[in-house]
Design a binder for this molecule. Sequence first.
Ligand SMILES: Nc1ncnc2c1ncn2[C@@H]1O[C@H](COP(=O)(O)OP(=O)(O)OP(=O)(O)O)[C@@H](O)[C@H]1O
Ligand SMILES: [Mg+2]
Length: 361
Amino acid sequence: NLLTGILGNASLVLDSPDLIASDREKLEFVVTASERAADLTRQMLAYAGKGRYETRAVELSSLVRETADLMHTLLPKTVRVHTELADDLPWIEADPSQLQQVIMNLVINAGEAIGEPRSGTVSVHTRECTLGESDVAALDRGELAPGTYILLEVTDTGCGMTPEVLARIFDPFFTTKFTGRGLGLAAVLGIIKSHRGTIQVQTAVGQGSGFRVYLPATARAARPVSESAVPAPAADNVRVLVVDDEEVVRATTRAVLERRGLEALFAASGEEGLRLLTEHKDISVVLLDMMMPGMSGDEAFKRMREIRPDLPIIVSSGYGESQVMQYFLGSNVSAFIQKPYTSAALIQKIGGVVARSRAAV
Ligand SMILES: Nc1ncnc2c1ncn2[C@@H]1O[C@H](COP(=O)(O)OP(=O)(O)OP(=O)(O)O)[C@@H](O)[C@H]1O
Ligand SMILES: [Mg+2]
């Protein structure tokens, strides 16, 4: 990218022996400034939700544990960290490095709110919670779906906030700190939104603050109750090919399909998926992941349609539908399902496309 070019060339010139001292100084400034710009860009991309985004199944408690060392290094000695992490949490479909950024930004803010040399405690909790219709309505302008969520809570015994400050904390470049950039929470919000979660803040001046992050759990934790409400597709002669590089997704999907009596084949890559499709002429529908190492989802899609032009293909991704569909302009995707999906949603999509393709024959 651009900044790599600037940084690379500036350091090349810096290495040249016949550079006069005043020029060297200016160039060193260029390097420092570009490094800072690169850093800012990363945060802003995360804020805009357009950074490189690679999701996999993540267990939040383990992720917090992995981040613990970093937390201790970045917090002043006078600040105590207290963690309370639930075991056996359902997984979430997430970008682990972005989630780590969320944890770190919240913990660093908490530490800064206590402020050296004062002492205090930062607590990090994780737990599972179920949000019903009324909970989601109360939480977030109705943007969340009811279901199972993983809760990450970061509380501090620091200075707390006035309502005026609280109203602006997520604004980019809003800061009350001398050296702050005001990007920490803007990035946090962007990341949480791109994971289809939400954040809640509780605070009062002198009483400390608490940040609660809710992230949707994956299909694995979906309540089987809602599933029975969905009419099953006629199970006879339906054979599903599931192409997904993630073991946990394949295992979950296998369980869901088996429970419905649907036959399924599984491939861990686009290449393997194509091979299975050529070998098994009786495949009636494909569930295809977009983000896979090796052959990408859209490439696999094209090749599959070459082999079987009429084959229903459901595209799945952690990205939203509008983003993913840009890759498929002009091609005919049978349906889209966003990860993490519930078993009910999956069965419904499969039932829908199979019914349509049969009606068309
Ligand atoms: N735990 C907290 N306790 C009190 N105030 C907080 C807390 N977290 C955030 N704030 C307030 O919200 C503001 C914005 O936070 P944000 O993390 O976005 O930026 P920052 O910490 O000022 O700078 P940086 O970009 O370095 O993170 C802070 O300046 C502070 O006033
Ligand atoms: Mg901050």
